[in-house]
Design a protein around this ligand. Structure first.
Ligand code: UDP
Length: 455
């Protein structure tokens, strides 16, 4: 579709962001993609973790009061966060949209509300104002089932895992092992309610956009279609479809000095370690990782985000003997330009918490992974990587330096690692095809644009 087409019809999309790095990145990438298709964009976001407006002069921004800075909610308490955002943002969002709709400019008409699935109140507001809502999954399509499926049958329209697999046994879904990922059979009521609310909003949406590629989750996709009636557009990974000129969406400053350090390393020799923006660990884990890296004798680039280690500012807990041992062979930064790092020829492996963005970024560069999931959808990401696509190894159980050293060597130098690397390269080629002209993500994006124009 030509850019002019949407512009001349005056279509504005209102995107609602969930304010955490792993959600801000894909939502702003999606905004850039939709803008490149000719849609005008307004980004609505809570004040907390505000994106830098100055970096995106092409968008309009609206900041909603959220009350989060005054609360004591932990960033990992998803239920409390989502509930606080709904309580504080729903009314101001509706008020803002009502004002916007009063300005009936035919050259700048609001076509729909495109919201992060965790900002489910946006669908309610869209319904109230008779606007279409499009639900965005910044994670795997499997998370649609993940939120709707439970270890046992429940009322309120939940699906039991057994039921979900009964009609068409799908090896892909068996490998994901929802029973295990979903944790204890007794799920706390507030979490059950959150899953039901998110699922309900998704079912009400006029469409669902997912940051995934169809071939990566083919069997899961068929199952998802059985339970979710709206059209689903898999147009991921967003970071690859976004124009390359798109500005960085990092909340932390990227330390680009690590790129010149990587320039000096041999091809495929470096293991890159990052646990994303939310994971935290204790001092013991930090020290075991450090010695595992030192003893592996591999070069490494390690992101130790301020706040990663509970009770410590940064790496002051690491012993001098470690720093001396790895001098020249290791590079530690507070935050890296991750996409550039993964695309660098020196990087041969990625030890990750398997956040979905990190997983997609690694897949698209053909980098094999060492998986250490902590919470949320990370377990799902790790199962895709290790059991379905078989492009990584899982590091399970207590983190201990000997185990870490062996896992790194297996991935980076042993024959098992060579096979995993081959499969990772194959997966990258398939991803390239999917993103190229007439590939599934490319086509789905055009279909999505047409779908929006049909509202
Ligand atoms: N990221 C980055 N620099 C870093 C670490 C992470 O730019 O040093 C980016 C990474 O590229 C990804 C996002 O932060 O886009 C993390 O999202 P993900 O879903 O992987 O994990 P989360 O932070 O949500 O746990």
């Amino acid at each position: 579709m030509e850019k002019q087409e949407a512009k001349s019809l005056g279509r504005r999309l209102v995107l609602v962001v969930f304010p955490f790095q792993g959600h801000i990145n894909p939502m702003l990438q999606l905004a850039t993609i939709l803008n490149s298709k000719g849609f005008s964009i307004t980004i609505v976001h809570p004040q907390f973790n505000s994106p830098n407006h100055a970096k995106h002069p092409e968008f309009s921004f609206v900041s909603l009061p959220d009350g989060l800075s005054k609360s004591n909610i932990s960033p990992t308490d998803l239920v409390a966060l989502i509930s606080a955002l709904k309580t504080n943002c729903e009314a101001p969002f509706q008020q803002y949209l009502e004002e916007m709709l009063k300005v009936d400019d035919p050259h700048d008409r609001v076509a729909c509300v495109v919201y992060d699935g965790f900002m489910h109140f946006a669908q309610v507001v869209a319904n109230n104002l008779k606007l279409p809502g499009i639900n965005v999954r910044t994670s795997a399509v499997a998370t649609l089932l993940f939120f709707a499926v439970f270890p046992r049958a429940h009322d309120q329209g939940y699906i039991s895992f057994k039921e979900c697999l009964a009609q068409a046994p799908a090896p892909e879904l068996q490998s994901l092992d929802f029973n295990d990922v979903l944790g204890p059979a007794e799920i706390p009521t507030p979490l059950l309610e959150l899953r039901a609310t998110v699922t309900h909003a998704t079912k009400k949406a006029s469409a669902v956009i997912v940051n995934t590629m169809h071939f990566l989750e083919q069997q899961t996709m068929s199952k998802v279609h059985e339970y979710f009636p709206s059209p689903i557009f898999c147009i991921g990974p967003f970071h690859k479809l976004a124009p390359p000129s798109a500005s960085s969406t990092s909340l932390l400053k990227e330390d680009t000095s690590c790129i010149s350090w990587l320039d000096k390393q041999a091809p495929n020799s470096v293991i890159y370690i990052s646990f994303g923006s939310m994971v935290s660990m204790d001092e013991k884990e930090l020290v075991e990782i450090a010695w595992g890296l030192a003893n592996s004798e591999q070069p490494f680039l390690w992101v130790v985000r301020p706040g990663l280690v509970r009770g410590s500012e940064w790496i002051e807990l690491l012993p001098e003997s470690f720093k001396e041992r790895v001098e020249g062979r290791g590079c530690i930064v507070k935050w890296a330009p991750q996409k550039e790092v993964l695309a660098h020829g020196a990087v041969g492996g990625f030890w990750s918490h398997c956040g979905w963005n990190s997983t997609m970024e690694s897949v698209c560069e053909g980098v094999p992974m060492l998986c250490r999931p902590y919470f949320g959808d990370q377990g799902l990401g790790a199962r895709y990587v290790c059991r379905v696509w078989k492009v990584g190894l899982e590091l399970e159980g207590v983190l201990e330096r000997g185990k870490i050293e062996r896992a790194i060597r297996t991935l980076m130098v042993d024959s098992e690692g060579v096979e995993i690397r081959e499969r990772a390269k194959d997966l990258k080629e398939k991803a390239d095809l999917c993103l190229s002209e007439d590939g599934s993500s490319y086509n789905a994006l055009n279909e999505l644009a047409q779908h929006i124009l049909s509202f």
